[in-house]
Ligand binder design. Structure first.
Ligand code: ZN
Length: 305
């Protein structure tokens, strides 16, 4: 369970969604056994999608973000809902590349040239689908570009994952700053100069963990917000609105995978029954295995004939 601070500035110019998502990203790493590069890439996508889920307006809304490129990671997909439940996977969890010249994991290189697609299911007949070319493949920049191009929404997004030498997640976090319709131009200037000199979010989280050892999870996110916005002019200082949560949650079930089996068609299903006598289905998000025996497969076959 990772806390998300939502806040608004004193002038009503922008809203902030800020989280320390270390647990969420570590859980994903343990499930998918990702390399450090895979952990950084998937962790940024999960954190970004989790925060974007909280921006959805209605209870039953959900969204899917898909990063697809010609690089070795191939594809990273995450889904999230308005309750902060997030799940995702990376097509190639073994992805590995040399570090960038600045010593950082090469997330952009792992995706290469490609596209970002965001699918929003808002309970309408058709989902809203927006696709843009990847800006850099570094995830935060791509999501910022998506909001600007597809939703005409000005925002600033930061995402970060620090992987320790033992491959565990040392720190992960993310922030979305969204400009509100009645923003003041001076607020944009103040945000720009703040963001230009801001340390990486994982560096700030390391500081919070070092200074705030006795703090609750909520207290740590608040301390992180203080560090980020401390230098802002009083008029654009922030006040907390709400404390929410994001967490890893897979809602797969036998019924869901049954539906997947139904879509393969009478001919293929008959073949599986005759040749294998059973089928093992794996949830691509949490890797849980579901075994369908012959009798079960025959029941499914009957239902689609
Ligand atoms: Zn699952």
């Amino acid at each position: 369970m990772n806390k998300v601070l939502t806040a608004i500035d004193n002038s009503g110019s922008f809203r902030v969604y800020l989280t320390i998502s270390t647990d969420l990203v570590e859980e994903a790493r343990q499930i998918h056994q990702t390399t450090p590069l895979g952990t950084a890439a998937l962790g940024r996508v999960l954190t970004g999608a989790g925060l974007m889920g909280l921006l959805l307006k209605n209870d039953r809304d959900k969204l899917t973000v898909i990063f697809k490129g010609d690089g070795p990671a191939k594809q990273i997909l995450a889904t999230a809902n308005a309750h902060g439940e997030v799940k995702g996977y990376i097509a190639n969890p073994d992805v590995d590349l040399p570090l960038r010249p600045d010593g950082k994991l090469d997330v952009g290189g792992s995706l290469g040239i490609g596209e970002l697609t965001v699918i929003k299911d808002l309970g309408l007949k058709e989902p809203f689908i927006g696709t843009i070319a990847l800006a850099s493949g570094e995830i935060a920049e791509d999501l910022t570009a998506y909001y600007y191009i597809s939703e005409q929404q000005n925002s600033a997004i930061s995402l970060g994952v620090k992987v320790e030498t033992d491959y565990t997640v040392g720190a992960a976090g993310g922030m979305i700053i969204q400009l509100l319709p009645d923003f003041k131009d001076e607020a944009v200037d103040a945000l720009e100069s703040m963001l230009a000199s801001l340390a990486p979010i994982t560096t700030l989280i390391d500081e919070v963990n070092a200074e705030g050892t006795v703090l609750s999870e909520e207290g740590k996110v608040k301390l992180l917000a203080d560090k980020i916005f401390a230098g802002m002019p009083e008029e654009f200082g922030i006040r907390a609105l709400d404390m929410r949560e994001i967490k890893w949650e897979c809602d797969c079930s036998e019924e869901r995978l049954e539906k997947a089996l139904m879509t393969i068609g009478v001919q293929d299903l008959t073949e599986i029954i005759e040749e294998d006598g059973q089928a093992e289905m794996v949830c691509q998000f949490c890797l849980k295995k579901y075994l369908f025996d012959k009798e079960h497969l025959e029941r499914i076959l009957e239902s689609i004939k």
